[in-house]
Design a protein around this ligand. Sequence first.
Ligand code: HEC
Length: 173
Amino acid sequence: MSKYKFGLVLMLVFAGLSACDKNDAGSSSDATGGKAIEFLATQDDKSFSIDSALFDTPAAKEFLATGKNPYVGNVEAVAKGKKVFQMYSCTQCHGPEAKGQVGPGLVGPTFKYPKNATNKGIFETIWHGTNGGMGAKGVGLMDPTDPKNGITPDEMLKIIAWVRSMGSITGNE
Ligand code: HEC
């Protein structure tokens, strides 16, 4: 192999290695000791990331690691979830009991987007929006380009726990 070709091979190897590094840095695994679910947009099933630092409570960290919502069935969290739902004006479109108004009812057990029967799926829908009139994080009140503005993952899990408390599924099935 000529010196030139050998150099080229080395360069390719290093380029490959640094590409792997970049992928690692982009994942949200640091806060959960390596385990983290992959968030998929409801619009197109494409992967999107949420700053892992925003998952700043034990429940939020557990969700990030497992996709399960530990607040389902927790009376205090459910009561808080109802308040957060009102605070972020979800009520305006989905009704005070989330049974539907301008927007659809949210209690299931069937959903326009079937993945919303799971807590991971409904979290993705609320966080990232849909193409059919549901803005990311209930846009209008919050800035979707600023992850620190608006609903936090912990608040989102409480909303979901409240919604589940009125339906027949837990979403953690
Ligand atoms: C401006 C009105 C509006 C606001 C505010 C709003 N939504 Fe929606 N939402 C909609 C509409 C319209 C749809 C139907 C979207 C579609 O068909 O793609 C929807 C869909 C949804 C779905 C999916 C339902 C299904 O059957 O798959 C969920 C879950 C949801 N909204 C939760 C929320 C939560 C939680 C909030 C508050 C953070 C919120 N929405 C705020 C209008 C709104």
